[in-house]
Design a protein around this ligand. Structure first.
Ligand SMILES: [Fe+2]
Length: 139
């Protein structure tokens, strides 16, 4: 598997410091996952790499949803569903990988990188926009 790392771009910033820091950390983990999954055939190690990323994603999602709750964000439930879908897909793929002992990890890597690029640029930016407008409306 040959894959270029995803470089952090200003475009990925949503403008909320905590979220941006967590997204950068997530991207670093994702890039490390790309490299290390490709460099090993040890299925147990592969599984723990995916678990590391999955746990970080869960932490990040809860952190984001708590921020949304505090801000009274009306899109919280919908956003929570998007997070749940990603975690479900990831655990299904991880389970499949574990069962099949397959060396094909492209689908997991594609899932995570597509999610990162689309979710961050769309759903997370919608929340950031809401938060900025709300803070303008307070005295
Ligand atoms: Fe999100």
């Amino acid at each position: 598997m040959k894959r270029q790392p995803i470089e952090w771009k200003r475009d990925y910033e949503v403008g909320i410091e905590d979220i941006d820091l967590q997204h950068q950390f997530f991207l670093n983990l994702l890039n490390r996952l790309f490299n290390e999954l490709a460099a090993t055939n040890d299925m147990k190690y592969r599984n723990t790499l995916i678990t590391e990323l999955s746990y970080y994603a869960q932490f990040h999602f809860i952190s984001e949803e708590n921020m949304m709750y505090r801000a009274g964000y009306p899109g919280l439930e919908e956003h929570h569903q998007l997070h749940c879908e990603l975690i479900d897909k990831l655990s299904n793929q991880q389970f499949y990988l574990f069962l099949s002992q397959s060396s094909n990890i492209e689908s997991i890597v594609d899932l995570l990188s597509d999610w990162f690029l689309h979710h961050t640029l769309n759903a997370d930016k919608l929340f950031a926009k809401y938060l900025k407008n709300e803070s303008k409306n307070t005295c």
